[in-house]
Design a protein around this ligand. Structure first.
Ligand code: AMP
Length: 285
């Protein structure tokens, strides 16, 4: 265990548990923010939300190999732990848990967690391995940290729904809280993967949010979901996206589809490619 200013860095579950016991014995309410690092203002907003809801915040940085397919960007995913530690310390985080893969998945690891319901469709149609990897690592982290509250970004809306479902179904006692997406001045959702974008791609990426907003307005005005989805996908291609995985309007509550007009609180979600970079975003509609 080493301390970066006020921040305690732990790399093992045993050390983490000792820290958690000390906080509990001191009567502290614990907040938790899991991340894959390469932190930006979006992650720090989650830390701020966790601070508002607890007395001590634990963040994790773990680039989880099981949620990447072989052809995805596990090898090139940005890693900058020293900077992350500084940002977390500055944001008032108390403990950084940064295990390595062997600590999280020791020899013989053989358990999977499969969440149905909200994990069906959308991301799963294009990244079928993804929520299996997320569910296992989030279940492990929630059990390791045993926080009172854990904060996840609405940026990954389907993931938030899947984590909520899993925590409910498995009686994980940590309260799961969603926090709003932090965007740049042009509306682009902050993402560690934005670092992959060229200047030209960044200009196109910044159109995603506006196109989704317009689609949301059309849905609210009563146009059928399927019509709005198709028009938004076309607008993304016209804006310069190379490929659209999906644009979908779903019930905000459970991500189920609308058969006609959008007649309940909705979320419009999209995933689209710029070169080798896949961006996702979503909004209330
Ligand atoms: P990641 O490091 O990308 O796995 O994300 C860790 C957490 O930060 C997840 O709960 C994300 O939803 C959240 N997050 C990522 N980007 C943003 C953002 N721009 N605004 C708010 N939360 C975010």
């Amino acid at each position: 265990m080493t301390a970066v200013s006020e921040l305690i860095l732990t790399r093992t579950v045993a050390d983490l548990r000792a820290q958690v016991v000390a906080l509990r014995n001191a009567g502290r309410r614990i907040g938790f923010v899991p991340t894959m690092g390469a932190l930006h203002e979006g992650h720090l907003a989650l830390v701020a939300e966790a601070r508002r809801r607890s007395d001590a915040v634990i963040a994790s940085v773990f680039v989880n190999p099981t949620q990447f397919a072989a052809h995805e960007d596990l090898g090139t995913y940005p890693r900058q732990e020293a900077r992350d530690a500084e940002l977390l310390a500055g944001a008032g985080c108390s403990i950084l848990f940064a295990p390595d893969a062997a600590e999280m998945y020791p020899q013989g690891f053989a358990t999977s967690v499969q969440v149905g319901g909200p994990s069906e469709g959308l991301e799963t149609d294009f990244r079928p391995h993804f929520f299996g990897g997320v569910a296992v690592v989030v279940a492990k982290l929630l059990n390791q940290v045993q926080a009172d509250v854990a904060v996840f970004g609405e940026k990954d809306y389907q993931q938030l729904m899947v984590v909520r479902r899993m925590a409910r179904d498995l009686d994980i006692p940590t309260e799961i809280v969603g926090a709003p997406t932090v965007r740049d001045d042009h509306g682009l959702a902050l993402s560690s993967r934005n670092a992959y974008l060229s200047a030209d791609e960044l200009a196109v990426a910044r159109r995603l949010n506006g196109i989704l907003r317009e689609a949301g307005e059309r849905a609210k005005a009563g146009e059928p979901a399927a019509v709005v989805e198709a028009a938004a996908a076309e607008a993304l291609i016209e804006a310069g996206f190379a490929k659209v995985d999906y644009v979908a309007i779903r019930r905000a509550e459970d991500l189920s589809a609308f058969s006609g007009a959008v007649d309940a609180p909705a979320r419009i979600l999209a995933a689209a490619w710029l070169g080798k970079t896949r961006l996702i975003d979503n909004l209330a509609a």
